[in-house]
Structures are given as C-alpha cells and as structure tokens.
Design a protein around this ligand. Sequence first.
Ligand SMILES: O=C(O)CCC(=O)C(=O)O
Length: 232
Amino acid sequence: MIDLAEAKTRLADEGYCILEGLLNPDEAERLDALARPLMPYRSGYVKLEGALNHIPGLAPLCMHPAVLEIAEHFLGKEFYLPNNVCLMWCQPGAPAGGLHSDWPLGLVPQPWPRWPFLIQTLWMLTDFTPENGATHVVPGSHLSGRPPAPNLQYSHERPAVGTKGSVLIWQGGTWHANGANTTTSQHRMGANLGYVPWFVHRPPDAWPLLRRELYEQFPERLQQLLKRSVEP
Ligand SMILES: O=C(O)CCC(=O)C(=O)O
C-alpha cells in the first residue's frame, strides 16, 4: 500500500519521493513499446514533447489520484498541466545530464521561495537503475533557494531507482539530472508531467498543445488539468 503521508513528508524534506507500483508493469511495457518508434533519434538521450497527442493511453498517468493528491497538497486546489507528457529516453551509452532546477524558477529572483512553482513527475516505463540512467537527485537541494553551482560534484547526489510502473516525484527546485546509461543494452524510458499552480502560466509556444479532438474525449478532471494547454 502507498503511504501518501510519508511521500508528502519526503517531498517536503528531501525534495523528492518515489511511489512504487502505481502502474501495472505490463501497461508500463506497453506504453514503452508505443513510445520508442516515435522518438526522433536512435541514440543518446532523447526527448519527445507533446506525447499525449500520439499516445492517448498516457492519459491515466496524468490524473492518477495519488499524484493529484500530492500535487494539490503542494500547489493548492487549482493546478494545471502546462505540457502534455514529455517522453525521456536514456539509451545505452547516453551521457549524464547536467544538474539543474526546473522552469519557471530560472525566471524567479533568488533566493527562491520555499513553496514550489512546479511538481514534477517521471513515470518509469522501464526499470530505473543506477546503470541505465536513473534520474539523479540531490536530496534537500530544494531548500537552498538557488540552482546548483556549475561543474560542482555533490557527494549526496543519488540515483532515484525504481521498478517499471513507479513514479518519481520532485519539487521543481530540487537539483536533478538524468544519470549516464553505462550499459550496452538496457534502455530507460520515462514519461514526464509537470503540475503548476494557477498563477504559473505556460510560456506561449513552449510545448505542443493537446489536439482538441482528443481533449474532447477526455474525462472532465483531465480536461480541467489541460485546459490551458489545448488547441483553441
Ligand atoms: O530524464 C531524466 O532523468 C531527467 C529529466 C530532467 O532533467 C527534467 O525533466 O528536467
């Protein structure tokens, strides 16, 4: 059973948490198999924005009750999805990314406030292991009120590992990056969704808008979450 109280405490204190087994592993595998052929490159670390337009089966991830409860706890009653699922594929041999905090904090004067502007989720469509490029996080870094110093190593940086079907959740201020995929054959696929409070608006043209005809078929709760990110 998932202990949401514990997850909220971890997210508040350490800046991240992992919820195990939210999605059936077979469904995670199915979504991974749909995702791979869509990706624009066959090597390295590759992203695809607007993936819900191509894989409507990602919709349940966007409105999973456990994730929405956590988002509401940190963001308040009214929050939105500014993008519509970014696939993040870390292929064998891909190098580690650089540690960073997430949009929109780059626009906010430092020191950043303690309350989050973004709750990020990364659904593990494959296992996330230290070898295949599991996201690295720096626990507690969201409390620093600033981004990481360039090119510094942080000794408490650690990989956020989990089995397929789990979800990694972090505060936008938590320093993080994809790990290096040091394997020759193990792929790592994640599906990323970020939730923002009502007062944060997506930058115009930043990410593909959701196709209107798909939006019309989604449940009302998902329509509410996506209403600022749908085609006119
Ligand atoms: O793919 C990952 O593990 C990290 C993703 C990331 O850095 C981000 O979403 O900002």
